[in-house]
Write a protein that binds this ligand. Structure first.
Ligand SMILES: Cc1cc2nc3c(=O)[nH]c(=O)nc-3n(C[C@H](O)[C@H](O)[C@H](O)COP(=O)(O)OP(=O)(O)OC[C@H]3O[C@@H](n4cnc5c(N)ncnc54)[C@H](O)[C@@H]3O)c2cc1C
Length: 411
């Protein structure tokens, strides 16, 4: 039974957003009776596997505008929300609980222990201290409104129970039993599509290059007229790395429309202009004419990739620069800057992936993370149609939306 005059609140989903909203609520309203439901028999399972087991908690970016640009969906709404809770607040929150975060050169932030269990232990300890009722192996099957405005929850292994307020922090809505309840409340669910995936590519140019990484590649999808630039990693199944993952995030829906089969081109030397490459080729011919192509390493391009591109362009690696014909030179420059590859499917990256799509943002008041249709119904995290690129941005969205939902429920 709830304490007299205390609110009884259900938070559905024991992931990042659910824990953060529950802990915020208990911090601001210690009298609230909080029930945190998780359908699995494990808490925070995605936090556990996140960031390759290290948990990329947030990103070292403290300007809401710049931060919001990392979200293919939800950028505008999150920009305002980051004024309430942003990475510095996340860092301080953990520091107050004796968890230090460190930044890597690219801005990603991890616990100094490099172990996601540190984050899980912190949340479980805080939840126990706050007397949040932790109910794992409890799946919520449906949610309806009582005539007094409270919510009736149908729970898989408990009797149906009523709550004053509910926060849905369900993660991806793919095959969620609550989809029907959400729609019955009048909400729209924007179509779901995977985001942050690698491209499957079966191409002789990259066959034996698995593990090789190029620091500055531009990937261009002609049919979409879209490109992204950054490090590119060749994998045993195709291509991954930030340039590919960013493209998969920004174009998640369009690439789903292409059924993940499309042509794309790669500029392996995105940081160097085509003119400079052409000039360099001319210079090699005049100044190093006797040197063989195989013994020339241009622009820090990995040797194995250079050799592979030579082979594909049907140029013997023993050709000297003075022997290189104009036609072969043009072919090689084209391979370096505009080689066309074919994606034949996708592979979800083992480090990180999210679902794009979910509850329509326009139907949510982001100042309270509350439904615009049903008072006291709140949302947090990935179940909303918002998602970020890799780098700790998805967890930051979970902390921010969870925090705001928790604050609103505490009022
Ligand atoms: C392999 C992997 C690695 C990742 N690494 C990172 C990273 O390092 N940094 C980063 O920023 N992001 C990372 N992400 C993305 C990040 O994990 C998600 O953005 C984040 O977990 C979303 O938090 P959430 O609380 O909204 O959802 P979730 O973490 O998915 O939590 C939702 C919870 O709700 C439960 N649930 C759902 N329906 C019900 C129901 N009906 N009843 C009861 N419980 C229910 C689910 O079981 C789940 O535990 C990674 C994702 C993956 C898959």
């Amino acid at each position: 039974m709830a304490k007299k005059d205390s609110k009884k609140i259900a938070i559905i989903g024991g992931g990042a957003a659910g824990f953060f909203s529950a802990l915020t609520l208990s911090e601001l309203d210690p009298n609230a009776e909080i029930h945190l439901f998780e359908k699995r028999n494990q808490w925070l399972s995605k936090v556990k596997i996140s960031g390759g087991g290290r948990c990329n908690v947030t990103h070292q970016c403290f300007d809401p505008k710049i931060l919001s640009e990392k979200y293919p969906r939800g950028s505008k709404e999150l920009r305002a929300a980051f004024h309430s809770w942003q990475p510095q607040d996340t860092i301080d929150w953990f520091a107050q609980r004796k968890i230090q975060l460190k930044a890597e050169a690219d801005g990603r932030m991890f616990p100094t222990t490099d172990d996601s269990q540190t984050i899980i232990d912190c949340f479980l300890k805080e939840a126990k201290k706050s007397k949040i009722k932790l109910k794992k192996s409890h799946s919520i099957e449906s949610l309806t409104l009582n005539s007094d405005g409270s919510f009736l929850l149908k729970i898989n292994n408990e009797k149906d129970t009523s709550y004053h307020a509910v926060c849905l922090a369900l993660g991806s809505l793919k095959s969620s039993p609550l989809e029907h309840s959400i729609r019955k409340f009048g909400h729209t669910i924007e179509s779901l599509a995977p985001s942050l995936f690698a491209f499957n590519v079966n191409d002789t140019r990259t066959h034996n290059l698995s593990g090789l990484s190029v620091p500055n590649a531009q990937v261009w999808v002609d049919s979409l007229k879209q490109s992204q630039t950054g490090p590119l990693l060749i994998t045993h199944r195709g291509m991954s790395g930030p340039a590919i993952l960013k493209l998969s995030a920004w174009e998640a829906r369009n690439l789903q429309g292409e059924k993940y089969h499309f042509d794309f081109s790669i500029n392996w030397l995105a940081h160097i202009s085509k003119n400079l490459i052409e000039d360099t080729f001319v210079k090699q011919r005049t100044e190093n004419g006797k040197r063989t192509l195989k013994n020339t390493l241009l622009f820090d391009l990995p040797r194995r990739l250079w050799e592979s591109l030579l082979e594909y362009a049907k140029i013997s690696p023993d050709t000297t620069w003075s022997q290189l014909s104009k036609k072969s030179s043009d072919t090689l420059i084209k391979e370096l800057t505009q080689g066309v590859y074919q994606a034949q499917g996708k592979t979800t990256n083992k480090d990180e992936f999210v679902t794009c799509g979910g509850i329509k943002r326009r139907e949510i008041n982001f100042k309270r993370m509350e439904s615009k249709f049903v008072p006291n119904l709140h949302f947090a995290g990935e179940c909303i149609d918002l998602d970020g690129i890799t780098g700790g941005f998805n967890f930051q969205a979970a902390w921010t939306t969870g925090r705001i939902a928790g604050m609103a429920m505490a009022e």
